[in-house]
Write a protein that binds this ligand. Sequence first.
Ligand SMILES: Nc1ncnc2c1ncn2[C@@H]1O[C@H](COP(=O)(O)OP(=O)(O)OP(=O)(O)O)[C@@H](O)[C@H]1O
Length: 253
Amino acid sequence: MSEGSSEILRLDAVSRRFSGLQALRGVTLGIKQGEVLGLIGPNGAGKTTLVNTICGVTPASGGTISFLGKDITRIRTYQAARLGLSRTFQIVQPFAEFSALDNVAAAALFSQPGESLKSAREEARAHLAFVGLETQATQPAATLTLAMRKRLELAKALAMKPKLLFLDEVNAGLNSAEVARATRLIHELAAGGITIVMIEHLMKVVLNVCTRIAVLHNGQLIADGLPRDVIKNPAVVDAYLGQQYAQRNATGG
Ligand SMILES: Nc1ncnc2c1ncn2[C@@H]1O[C@H](COP(=O)(O)OP(=O)(O)OP(=O)(O)O)[C@@H](O)[C@H]1O
């Protein structure tokens, strides 16, 4: 059900097929301005494919997608970035030999090609400071730890001035202190008004930051709603969370 003007993104019956495999099956979903939507589901459910489809990496085989009222179903990645759709990648792939600063400046130039290198670098410095990488600015990206490369990935996404930001497993492989740090950053971004869609397997993080949860299973949306309702949904417990999680939650353990 659409709520008109407050919706930033709208998917209607979106599907994606990879030769014999139906990765997305008729996904219909609206995302409202200012939401932090958790996109969860088992491995292979279609979460990354859904984000790739929205951002123009792998176009939809069927259905329609609109962003701020504009049809973006067949959009290219550079067009998506220029419209304000920005994402981090699950597997971080910075330009290894470039400094952290120039990785972020390159992202700024990708989404705003008319910008000068000088101003892109100035912007990049501010984004690096936000993610706590100012002292690593001149270091080649290849020398950064995984947690730092994940934060660099976030700085690159922010350099594209997103209206809608997709975070793909930004916490995967991080220790608990690093997860807490990344969670604080996500809270700050949400407080700043950026609409966020996050693919995340850590339910603690999902429940901490998400205002809504959508669940994919075998390419289908099986639940969508408030976190407290979705985590009790029997279909979600069966497909993903498991009985143990549901019981632990019910008893507050
Ligand atoms: N480029 C591709 N070519 C062929 N099959 C693909 C391609 N990309 C994804 N798939 C398949 O589509 C299905 C959905 O994959 P996807 O990566 O979207 O799942 P996911 O929910 O993000 O999983 P995970 O939590 O493991 O990252 C999987 O069966 C995957 O193997």
